[in-house]
Structures are given as structure tokens and as C-alpha cells.
Write a protein that binds this ligand. Structure first.
Ligand SMILES: [Zn+2]
Ligand SMILES: [Zn+2]
Length: 272
């Protein structure tokens, strides 16, 4: 790891609902969760969709039980992995939840997932849990700097620009384009980033029927990437209906407008 400024690993890349069907497994069916690590080992985890289960198993295997989740918002596809996140049930673990709500609201929202009749195992939680409000100011976690910013999404969502060692990764999901204030904010925070992870849930044709649902398109992703001088664009939050072949087709179209485009894939690790 030494020498890398930031390492990014995807544990879940799907939007809306897990889709573990054969046609999707190349890119992956788990909902959103990714881990970013700096060269000196500081880490942040963005979101706790169903992909968080595999992250938890990896952390248990390494006995690496100090976890900081940075939650974009509380829609199910971004928190539904928590009841199956093994470190929560391990004594000696410390799990911190940073979210764009007050600490007490975050605790309340997350605890609801473990309540009867939705889940049987709340009594088994053994980790120390902490809840921290993201207040739109720049935050530090070890050597990592995190700049939160607001995204255009029903009930709100938080984007992050994450920097360490001169590298920058911008996470912008879930978000819808078209509002001049939010469009400008995103471009300002994304400026000159090495990697932009962007909500490319819809094709432009699909978007026509889904305006107002809070998601964007691969076409808009390429516009943001060009206008913000991004080095590498990663399409993210794949629609549940998008098969591997359909994701490949989307990437091909996007590359005609922004050549260094990829689609996020479960298990993929990138070092910058
Ligand atoms: Zn979502
Ligand atoms: Zn959402």
C-alpha cells in the first residue's frame, strides 16, 4: 500500500435494491458500499448497502474492527447491509457513523432497522457505536480530508470530496442533474479530481420518464467529467434492470464522449 496516495475498493455498486441475478453478476448485485484508504492506512467507508456484508467479513478476517461509515443518506439501498455487518456483533469493535443528520437522529434512523418485527438480533450488538453529524464543514480522519457537499436528491443526500497525499476522489451518488445551484456545487467540489464516482443510474431515454426520482444519467456524468476536468469517470449506482451486457453498452456510449470512463464493479480495487 505504501506509495499509493489513495486506494478505492468497491463492495457494492448497484442502486435501489440488490439484484443477485446471473445476468448482473459481472458488475455485481449488491447495493452501494465502498472503502477508501490512504497510503498510511487511514480509511473511510462510504455507505452500508448490502455490499457492507462482504466488507464486514473482510474486516473480521483481518481483525480490523475500527470502522468509520460516512453515510450519504438513509435510503434503504445505502444502509440495508448493517444488520448483517459482522463487526457490529463483535466485542472489541468500534463502529462510527458519520451522517448528514444530528447524532441522535442518525442513531434513531439506524436502530429502526434492528427493531421488531424487522430483525431478531439487536441484543447481539457488541460493538461500541458512535454517531457523528456531518455539518457541511471540512473534516479530517487521520491523514484523509473529507469535504462534504449537498446533492440534489429526494430528502437530501451528501456528496464527498476525499483527499490524501495530493489525490482526490469525489463520490456523487445519489444525485439528479438540472438544478443550477446543485449542478454548480458539484462541479466546484469535483474540480480536477483524479476519480469521479457518479450516479449514472439511467440512460437519457429512461430519464425522460424518471425526472424527479433523484438520479442522473451516463450522459450527464460525461458532461460533469469534462467540465470539472476529471481524470477518470466511474459510473455508479447501476439500475437494478441493467444486465452486464447493458452496463457494457452504457460504458461504450459514455466513452465516445469521455474516453476514460468505466463502470463500477463489485470487488474492483483502484490505486491512485
Ligand atoms: Zn440509492
Ligand atoms: Zn437515495
Amino acid at each position: 500500500m505504501t506509495g499509493d496516495r489513495l486506494t478505492l475498493k468497491f463492495f457494492g455498486v448497484r442502486g435501489s435494491i440488490p439484484t443477485p441475478v446471473a445476468a448482473n453478476l459481472g458488475f455485481g448485485g449488491n447495493t452501494t458500499c465502498l472503502e477508501i484508504q490512504s497510503g498510511n492506512g487511514d480509511r473511510v467507508v462510504i455507505d452500508a448497502g448490502s455490499g457492507a456484508r462482504n466488507l464486514g467479513l473482510e474486516r473480521i478476517a483481518r481483525r480490523d474492527l475500527d470502522v468509520d461509515f460516512w453515510l450519504t443518506h438513509f435510503h434503504w439501498d445505502h444502509i440495508q447491509g448493517l444488520p448483517f455487518f459482522a463487526p457490529l456483533f463483535s466485542s472489541g469493535a468500534c463502529v462510527r457513523f458519520h451522517a448528514p443528520k444530528s447524532a441522535s437522529a442518525t442513531r434513531r434512523h439506524l436502530e429502526r432497522q434492528f427493531q421488531e418485527p424487522y430483525f431478531p438480533g439487536r441484543d447481539g450488538i457488541a460493538a461500541v457505536q458512535e454517531f457523528v453529524e456531518i455539518d457541511n464543514k471540512t473534516a479530517k480522519q487521520g491523514g484523509i480530508t473529507i469535504h462534504p457537499f449537498e446533492l440534489n436528491h429526494p430528502q437530501g443526500a451528501c456528496g464527498f470530496r476525499i483527499e490524501a497525499g495530493g489525490a482526490a476522489i469525489v463520490h456523487a451518488s445519489d444525485c439528479e442533474h438540472g438544478d443550477p445551484h446543485y449542478d454548480k456545487t458539484l462541479r466546484d467540489f469535483a474540480q480536477n479530481a483524479d476519480v469521479l464516482i457518479y450516479d449514472g443510474q439511467y440512460t437519457p431515454e429512461e430519464y425522460a420518464a424518471k425526472a424527479g426520482w433523484g438520479h442522473s444519467t451516463w450522459l450527464e456524468a460525461t458532461r460533469v467529467a469534462r467540465e470539472a476536468n476529471i481524470k477518470h469517470l466511474i459510473l455508479f449506482h447501476h439500475d437494478p434492470s441493467r444486465s452486464d451486457a447493458a452496463v457494457e453498452a452504457v460504458v461504450e456510449s459514455a466513452r465516445e464522449r469521455f474516453p476514460n470512463t468505466d463502470a463500477a464493479r463489485e470487488g474492483w480495487e483502484i490505486r491512485i
